[in-house]
Structure formats: structure tokens, C-alpha cells
Design a protein around this ligand. Structure first.
Ligand code: IMP
Length: 424
């Protein structure tokens, strides 16, 4: 099995950064296929901690080639800052980082529109990075792509036409200041010059690599329940974070993908607005948030926390075709005397095991729980599945049985070494 998709099977923040870093050691290429700098993938290497927003987490492995695929939306300023941060910390990206010509570019008016929309009463709780407005332009066929930054006349024409429209919206609908063409044009031409050395036809690069039997890892960002089609719409991000996005966001056909690995936290979290059936009450919320350091890696916002939801993950397994599961942050549950798992939802007197499409139903449904005894001992120093306390093994076995999918790896801390396989 050589070409693997690794993605989040909940609402993001499942600990994908660490899992991708571990799998990267056995990959030749790591490619991001969707999202943008709304993501925050944390990788801990010894005493160093890296938070990556755009560049694939594989960059921390010297021999790995990293690709930002066409499905990603790129804020060039953020990209250049991330490159500078890595170089400053001794991680060289030259010759190892490739950016798709076809990826769409985030402009300041996208960020402003994102912020303005978030001021409404019915907000999504976005990261305000301009992600949604940029994808909206892409689908409306008015977006500006990385290749356009390298062609002065194309950029001039597209930016002028976009600004005419955006400035009218900004001034007439929102009553805020407009953007000057000259300022933006000069700034983005300059970004084009700086990133030119990384830009190429990444679909050719990846397909050639695959035909030479190189191993490609597809790095998902956000999570399945934030997918624009399969998530809790409209409380989602604006891309396909599910496995299908790995093909459309890179130009690698689905027949070339060998395996899909879903990353799940031993409990559930979400950031931003939207229904969350297994959300904890305030006391447990605070306890788990502190223990699990559940604060956004991108925005610093406190994450909402809740019990493990097998309906959510079952839905993810189906829409992604997940073959194997990695369970992260098991140690965060160490102190609890009992642990709940949601096995279904009750709504209008009926029991549902399928994730509802109706936000109204999801908001009103009552989770059905199974309660298991906790293990109340420290698992952070455990190095093999066999050495886990019996109740921790029982918890994992029950999760695996409910999901009908094999758990292959378990993580009990942020370090690379705090990971072990589940075995048979
Ligand atoms: P946007 O992607 O900034 O448009 O935000 C849309 C929704 O996705 C909001 O609920 C965000 O909190 C959530 N979101 C976006 N990126 C991430 C992520 O990397 N982890 C968790 N939630 C995210």
C-alpha cells in the first residue's frame, strides 16, 4: 500500500499533524489537497513544536517532497511567512516544496468579506482567513490562480474586474472602505516573484512520481463533518475535506489511491458554531479542555468538547471509505471514572444510527449512550497496546466493534514516541 489519504473523521483537530508526521517517514511525497491557512497542524519533534497552516506536515522529514495541490486556497503572505519560519528554524524548503499553478489565491478582500459576514447574528464561526469567499470566487469562475500572479497582464485584468465587483459590495452593502487597485496589484505581483521558484504543474509531478512507484501521502485538513457536502452544512468549511477531495484537489485519479486512514480523537471536539449532540456540560468541558489543551492552533479559540460519537465516525467511515483508524489523545480520558460512547440518536421518539442531514433534527436529537468504566491511571508512558489498562483496552475494543473498522494506531501524547500499534 503506497498512496494513502489521511484525514480527520470528526470536526477537525483530531491530531492529524502528528499522525501525518509519523506516516511521512514512510512517504516520498506529502500533498495538501484542500483548505488553506485555516488549518493548524501541530507536530512535536523532541522539545520543538511546529504549527503548520499551509505547508504539508511532511516538511519536517528531510527527504520528503511537499506539495500544495490545486484544491488548496493560498494566502501568499501566509505561505511566505511559513516558509520564513521554517527556514529560520533550520528546515530548508528549497527543492522540496512545490505549489500548484492552479491553486486559487486569497486576497485581502476575501478576508474582509469573511470578517464582515461573521458579524451577522447567524454566524458560522469561521477562522476569518478568507477561505469561504475565495472558494466562492473559484466556483463562480472569477477567482485568481497562482499562475495568474506570474502573468502581469492576466493579473491586471482579473484583479481589476474582481475589485470593481468587490469594492461595490464593500462600500454599498457593508459601508466599509474599498481596496485600491494599485496597492494590491503591486503587492501580489511581488508575491508572484517570490513564490515563482516553488510553482509548477503539480499534477504532472505527482502522477510521474506515482508511475515511478513513489509513495504519496494525501494530507487532509479540517475534518469530515466540516466537509461542504458531508458535514453539518452550513456550519462547515468551503472545501471537500473528505477522501474524494484528495483526487479533485491534486489531479491524482481515485484508482491510484490505495488506502484511506481516518484519524479520530478518543472523544470529540469542534470549533465554531453548529450542532454537537454529545457536547459536555460546563464542568466536564473545562476539565477535558484543559487536560487536552483544546484551544485552536490557528485562532486560539477554546474548542467545544464532548463524548465520542460513533454515529459521527460511522458516517465518516462511509463517506470516505475509511479502511483503518488511528485513535489519538486517549490519555486525555485517563482521569475519568466512567466514559460514555454515543451509539445512536433519539429524535421524535425514533432511534437513528445514520447521521441526519437536517440541522434541525441534529440540534434536537438526544444522544443514546453506553457507559464504560474508566481506567483512572496514567497512559502517557505506555509504549505498547498490551500494557494499556484493561478498561482502556475495553474502551478501544468497543469503539472498534461499533465502527466495524480496525484501529491500527493509538496515540497517548503529543510526542512521536507516544504512539503504538494496536496489534491484532
Ligand atoms: P473556515 O474554514 O475558516 O471558513 O471556517 C468554517 C468552519 O470550519 C468553522 O467552524 C471553523 O471553526 C472550522 N474550521 C476551519 N478550519 C478548521 C481546522 O483546521 N480545525 C477545526 N475547525 C476548523
Amino acid at each position: 500500500m503506497s498512496n494513502i489519504v489521511i484525514l480527520g473523521a470528526q470536526w477537525g483537530d483530531e491530531g492529524k499533524g502528528k499522525v501525518i508526521d509519523i506516516f511521512s517517514a514512510k512517504s516520498d511525497y506529502v500533498v495538501r489537497y484542500q483548505g488553506g491557512n485555516n488549518a493548524g497542524h501541530t507536530v512535536v519533534v523532541g522539545k520543538d513544536s511546529f504549527v503548520l497552516h499551509l505547508i504539508p506536515s511532511g516538511i519536517l522529514h528531510k527527504g520528503t517532497i511537499c506539495v500544495i495541490g490545486n484544491g488548496v486556497v493560498i494566502d501568499p503572505k501566509a505561505l511566505l511567512e511559513e516558509i520564513a519560519m521554517l527556514e529560520k528554524r533550520g528546515v530548508s524548503v528549497d527543492g522540496r516544496l512545490f505549489v500548484s499553478e492552479e491553486a486559487h489565491v486569497i486576497f485581502p478582500y476575501h478576508r474582509t468579506l469573511d470578517e464582515l459576514k461573521e458579524q451577522k447574528k447567524k454566524k458560522i464561526g469561521t477562522t476569518k482567513r478568507g477561505i469561504g469567499p475565495c472558494y466562492a470566487d473559484k466556483v463562480a469562475r472569477s477567482g485568481i490562480r497562482i499562475i495568474d500572479l506570474l502573468e502581469a497582464d492576466t493579473l491586471r485584468e482579473k484583479l481589476q474586474s474582481n475589485l470593481d465587483e468587490k469594492n461595490a459590495v464593500l462600500t454599498k452593502i457593508y459601508g466599509v472602505e474599498n481596496f485600491s487597485f494599485d496597492g494590491l496589484y503591486g503587492e501580489y505581483l511581488e508575491y508572484g516573484k517570490k513564490i515563482k521558484k516553488y510553482v509548477c504543474n503539480t499534477k504532472r509531478l505527482l502522477n510521474d512520481a506515482i508511475s515511478k512507484r513513489k509513495r504519496v501521502l494525501f494530507e487532509g485538513a479540517q475534518g469530515t463533518l466540516l466537509d461542504v457536502d458531508y458535514g453539518t452544512y452550513p456550519f462547515v468549511t468551503s472545501s471537500n475535506s473528505t477522501a474524494g477531495g484528495a483526487s479533485t484537489g491534486t489531479g491524482v485519479g481515485p484508482t491510484k489511491i490505495d488506502k484511506v486512514v481516518g484519524v479520530v480523537k478518543a472523544y470529540t471536539t469542534r470549533v465554531g458554531e453548529g450542532p454537537f449532540p454529545t457536547e459536555f456540560g460546563p464542568d466536564l468541558m473545562e476539565r477535558i479542555r484543559q487536560k487536552g489543551k483544546e484551544f485552536g492552533a490557528t485562532t486560539g479559540r477554546p474548542r467545544r468538547c464532548g463524548w465520542f460519537d460513533a454515529v459521527v465516525v460511522g458516517h465518516s467511515i462511509m463517506v470516505n471509505g475509511i479502511d483503518e483508524i488511528v485513535v489519538t489523545k486517549l490519555d486525555v480520558l485517563d482521569d475519568l471514572d466512567s466514559i460514555k460512547i454515543c451509539t445512536g440518536y433519539r429524535y421524535n421518539g425514533k432511534v437513528y444510527n445514520d447521521f441526519p442531514s437536517s440541522i434541525k433534527a441534529l440540534t434536537a436529537c438526544e444522544p443514546i449512550y453506553e457507559e464504560l468504566p474508566g481506567w483512572q491511571s496514567d497512559t502517557t508512558k505506555i509504549t505498547s497496546y498490551e500494557k494499556l489498562p484493561r478498561n482502556a483496552k475495553n474502551y478501544l475494543k468497543r469503539v472498534q466493534a461499533l465502527l466495524h473498522t480496525k484501529i491500527v494506531l493509538i496515540s497517548v501524547g503529543s510526542e512521536r514516541s507516544q504512539t503504538f500499534s494496536k496489534g491484532a
